[in-house]
Design a protein around this ligand. Structure first.
Ligand code: AMP
Ligand code: GLY
Length: 421
């Protein structure tokens, strides 16, 4: 069968690499893909948010199954559109995608189904804000309701700052949001739990921890993720049971109660405090860079898992995982997450991927045999092994070999699991 993978990041290069292993696949098309996916599949450079154009392209290349990487097309209803046009698609529909697309939607479910999460107030306007702000202790978390490309959350140390950020959101800073969510600040350790879900069941799809802050020692603004590792040791069996019982099951039930359901990857973003999980956010997709450390540990055929989910037969499937640990460090363009230059040459052609040390591309483009940077997050250097300390050493050695003057990276990825710094 021919399949298409939507997206262009490190997550999609990781998914594409894994899908390539499947014997059932004839051709993979990445829409639009990057220089990494171009090597192992066919990139089609079209705007996937133009659903009509996408459909035409899918028909032209006889594509029978679409796998969606990023959240925006999901929240905009790509699944409903393609299904209506008789194309199989793996991902949640528009209704279920609100779990990520609207923080108010997610928080209302938490309240109704008693899912542990930070106390919150949904503010529709400045008046709501003024009436609510004094009910929270500082720092206070201010969030835009809708998608905001990772920039919609600010932890405010003063009420003045909270007021300023809320005003920007009410004024339309993020087109997708006219509501503000005020949230109690939760202390603890963040970790992510992943699932693949179908109408009736779900399977655990691994755990990971990422590093969102741009600088070492967790300083500076948030990014999409500067590095990650899997598994997350903090999520032990006991905690996993709590996550499923207190968070996952009630959420899936809430959709069923509305005669809806979830299908696809589900990313449960958690704060762990005193061995108890609190839901921070849902993402209706795999994490990036978390996907780049989970996929290399997966032994089961990914296409098989997706097919079982599409047939609502996940219950019959048992996934198998490598025991090895996996880490990635993201090599970014200098200036990210602010302004950065694109189009810088990357000297990586001579670097050969090995079994336990390899590169997933993110923001890269190929032109006339050269590879250029084309985004803020450019390369994911990934390694597997027994010990996170050794793994990280290997990754940093390779980054030094790449010696990209236009880039930077964090040397302290995994500090929580590597005590000797
Ligand atoms: P979100 O987009 O909701 O995941 O928020 C982005 C990041 O902000 C999270 O990964 C956390 O690091 C932080 N964050 C969000 N909500 C809270 C909260 N209630 N308490 C503490 N940190 C939070
Ligand atoms: N790494 C965070 C995310 O994918 O949302």
């Amino acid at each position: 069968m021919n399949i298409a993978l939507i997206g262009s990041g490190g997550r999609e290069h990781a998914l594409c690499t894994k899908l390539q292993e499947s014997k059932k696949i004839n051709k993979i098309f990445c829409i639009p893909g990057n220089a990494g996916t171009a090597k192992i599949s066919t990139n089609l450079n079209i705007n996937f948010l133009n659903f009509q154009l996408l459909l035409k392209t899918l028909k032209r290349y006889k594509i029978q199954l679409v796998i969606v990487g990023p959240e925006e097309p999901l929240v905009k209803g790509i699944v409903n559109f393609l299904e209506k046009n008789n194309i199989k698609v793996f991902g949640p529909n528009k209704f279920a995608s609100q779990l990520e697309g609207s923080k108010a939607f997610m928080k209302k479910i938490c309240k109704k189904y008693k899912i542990p999460t930070a106390n919150f107030k949904i503010c529709k306007n400045k008046n709501d804000f003024k009436n609510s702000i004094d009910k929270f202790r500082l720092p206070i978390v201010v969030k835009a309701d809708g998608l905001a490309a990772g920039k919609g959350v600010v932890i405010c140390k003063t009420k003045k700052k909270a007021f300023e950020i809320s005003n920007q959101i009410f004024k339309g800073k993020f087109k997708s949001s006219n509501k503000v969510i005020l949230e109690e600040f939760l202390e603890g350790e963040e970790a992510s739990y992943f699932l693949i879900v179908d109408k009736n069941n779900f399977v655990n799809f691994g755990t990971a921890q990422d590093h969102k802050k741009v600088y070492e020692k967790e300083k500076g603004p948030n990014t999409g993720g500067m590095g990650a590792y899997s598994p997350a040791p903090i999520i032990d069996n006991e905690l996993e049971k709590k996550i499923i019982k207190r968070i996952v099951k009630p959420t899936l039930k809430s959709l069923k109660d509305k005669k809806q359901f979830y299908r696809g990857f589900l990313y449960v973003g958690l704060m762990i405090k005193d061995k108890n999980p609190y839901l921070i956010e849902y993402n209706v997709r795999m994490g990036d860079p978390e996907c780049q450390v989970i996929i290399p540990r997966l032994k089961t055929d990914l296409l098989k898992i997706i097919k079982f989910s599409l047939k609502n037969q996940l219950k019959k499937l048992k996934l198998s995982w490598e025991k090895k640990r996996c880490m990635t460090i993201v090599l970014c363009s200098k200036g990210y997450p602010g302004n950065y230059n694109k189009g810088k040459v990357l000297e990586i052609r001579r670097i050969k991927n090995k079994r336990n040390l390899f590169i997933f591309h993110a923001g890269t483009k190929e032109s006339e045999g050269n590879i250029f940077s084309a985004g803020g997050r450019v390369l994911n250097i990934v390694s597997k092994g027994k010990n996170f300390y050794q793994i990280r050493k290997k990754i940093i050695k390779l980054i030094k070999k790449i010696n990209w003057k236009g880039g930077f990276y964090r040397k302290d990825i995994g500090w929580r699991v590597i005590k000797k710094l």
